[in-house]
Ligand binder design. Structure first.
Ligand SMILES: [Zn+2]
Length: 196
């Protein structure tokens, strides 16, 4: 089958913001995701490829799609069924998460950096103060997606610590997420940082 006869599309992201790149009806040739400033592809054999940063004006996801399509057409990477990808997608946890996201927790016997540990402690304290709870993994860094539960209303979804930590001594924006949460008056009542 020629690659030119197959359409490529981007599927719905999982709760870690990884986008399945789908060829034909339902074959996934990779999961594309951003980590810090680089885009990466998780391949069907479980390995990862760091694709670097997109060119100016190019979207990272488009760069990843182009790379995956070319590799697949050349026979260098395989594909797996979308159903299998969905079945293995990460799910929220019931209990406590570790301090750090696995990608921040040190690699190949090297421990996590003190900077990451300190950053995680600061972030978790800030989340607790604002009634957020991580329900997928530990601190992923300030600008990587973090799947959180809103403890005020039960909403869950992806947030970024860089948006939740506030700036210049000011608390974060009182707007928490779509759907209105419990309303700004009640939020103000419950969180001392908004009462100053
Ligand atoms: Zn809420």
């Amino acid at each position: 089958m020629s690659i030119t006869t197959l359409s490529v599309r981007i599927g719905e992201p999982d709760i870690e913001c990884r986008y399945p790149v789908i060829i034909g009806a339902d074959r996934v040739i990779g999961l594309a995701f951003r980590w810090h400033r680089n885009w990466n592809a998780l391949l069907s054999d479980g390995t990862e490829k760091d694709l670097g940063r997109p060119a100016t004006g190019q979207k990272g996801i488009d760069m990843a799609v182009a790379w995956l399509t070319e590799e697949y057409a050349a026979g260098r990477i395989g594909a797996i069924a979308l159903d299998m990808v969905r079945a293995e997608a990460p799910q929220p946890l019931d209990g406590e998460v570790p301090l750090l996201h696995p990608r921040m927790a040190g690699t190949e016997g090297k421990p996590a950096s003190l900077r990451n540990i300190q950053g995680a402690k600061t972030a978790l304290a800030g989340l607790a103060e604002h009634h957020w709870k991580p329900v997928l993994h530990g601190f992923p860094g300030s600008d990587n997606p973090w799947f959180l539960e809103c403890l005020l209303c039960g909403w869950s979804g992806v947030r970024y610590w860089s948006h939740l930590r506030g700036r210049n001594g000011e608390p974060p924006r009182i707007y928490r997420h779509d759907g209105g949460c419990i309303g700004e008056d009640k939020i103000r009542e419950l969180i001392p940082a908004y009462q100053a």
